[in-house]
Ligand binder design. Structure first.
Ligand code: GUN
Ligand code: ZN
Length: 368
């Protein structure tokens, strides 16, 4: 029940429009996926996500495996039912989370031994086990178990992660047997062009219904990320969706789309919201700052979201200062709406052959 069609290619860039069909809805791409690590997008309800136009959200295998456990989610009828989210879900495989854990972990070709960040208990995950867990969670899209090398890292380290990611991708593909779930492959290779090429060649040879670009936005300079994206999209089949993992700053969405990316996810909009920062068409606005104490304008005067229609900077700043949890809800709602609306605007611009103009206008108004 998973299909993807490119409906239009931009003439002046690698940007494209597409349509992704899953058994939980049809989604136009390029798309931004809000992150709901623990089967909840922090501070907002599924009803709010529907209202703001979210199509597909991301959840994390690592977190849900540890708590509440994949068997419980399966008994609930799968992740969609468990969290009351009727639209699309993608589960990340957990590799990335485990590799960013501090402390004890042991990686071999068989899998990873690690300690839970919750209670320190020891666990083992392999490609086969991760596929079982992701199938129990029942997302529309599952990700292969991969090894993401850190930044900076040596060429040898990055090479080893590519080799292991390919080995694991084959094991994932061979053990994944759920017809109602699409399994995406992940390209690694850090900032090394020849390793990206090797990874793309090996992963695409396994013929997945979609491909993710992993191992970026891990601390490398933006020019390196854009350079790798320039290279990678040319190595991927044009008829399959391309997903840039963990990227969601407004400028990176624009740059990613220009380089042929169809899907994005990032904790940034929800995380900065909880620290009192809002996206606006003119750049980030730190609403907790004293200058907004008596500013009765909307967070973003160019936004038509429910928060911007009804609440002022002054009120939201008051909530932030008083540590009221409504502050998290209001800023999160706006930030997610901002990115979802921005992707809608990008899709419209591509459809009307003016993505180039959108790009220029974005940089003219968005201040860093
Ligand atoms: N999220 C952000 N980057 C990555 C990556 O390289 N691999 C996985 N599995 N998830 C990610
Ligand atoms: Zn708004």
């Amino acid at each position: 029940m998973f299909t993807f069609q490119v409906t239009k290619n931009d003439d002046a860039s690698a940007a494209r429009l597409g349509r992704l069909s899953t058994s939980h809805g049809v989604f136009d791409t390029p798309i931004f996926m809000p992150v709901g690590t623990q089967a909840t997008v922090k501070a907002v309800t599924p009803e709010m996500l529907t209202e703001m136009g979210a199509g597909i959200i991301l959840s994390n295998t690592y977190h849900l495996y540890l708590r509440p456990g994949a068997d419980l989610v399966e008994r609930a009828g799968g992740l969609h039912k468990f969290m009351n989210w009727p639209r699309g879900i993608l589960t990340d495989s957990g590799g990335f989370q485990i590799f960013s854990l501090q402390g004890l972990r042991k990686i071999s070709d068989e899998g990873v031994v690690f300690n839970s960040h919750i209670d320190g208990s020891r666990h083992f995950l392999s490609p086969q086990i991760v596929m079982e867990i992701e199938q129990k969670l029942g997302a529309d899209i599952a990700m292969c178990f991969d090894e993401c090398a850190p930044y900076p890292c040596s060429y040898e380290e990055a090479d080893q992660a590519v080799t292991r990611t390919s080995l694991w991708a084959k094991r994932c593909r061979d053990s994944h047997n759920c017809s109602d779930q699409a399994l995406f492959g992940i390209i690694q290779g850090n900032i090394f062009a020849d390793l990206r090429e090797k990874s793309a060649r090996e992963i695409t040879a396994l013929d997945f219904p979609g491909y993710a670009i992993g191992g970026l936005s891990v601390g490398e300079p933006k020019e390196d990320m854009y350079r790798i994206l320039d290279l990678t999209h040319q190595l991927l089949p044009t008829d399959k969706p391309r997903y840039l993992m963990g990227v969601g700053a407004p400028e990176d969405l624009v740059e990613g789309v220009a380089r042929g990316v169809d899907m994005f996810d990032c904790v940034l909009p929800t995380r900065i919201a909880r620290h009192g920062t809002a996206f606006t068409h003119r750049g980030k606005l730190v609403v907790r700052n004293a200058v907004y104490a008596a500013d009765f304008r909307a967070l973003d005067t160019d936004c038509d979201c429910r928060v911007c229609k009804n609440y002022s900077r002054a009120y939201i700043r008051h909530l932030v200062k008083a540590e009221e949890i409504l502050a998290h809800t209001l800023i999160t709602y706006h930030n997610l709406y901002f990115l979802i609306k921005m992707m809608q605007d990008i899709r419209q611009a591509i459809a009307e052959d003016r993505f180039n103009e959108f790009y220029t206008n974005f940089y003219a108004s968005y201040k860093f």
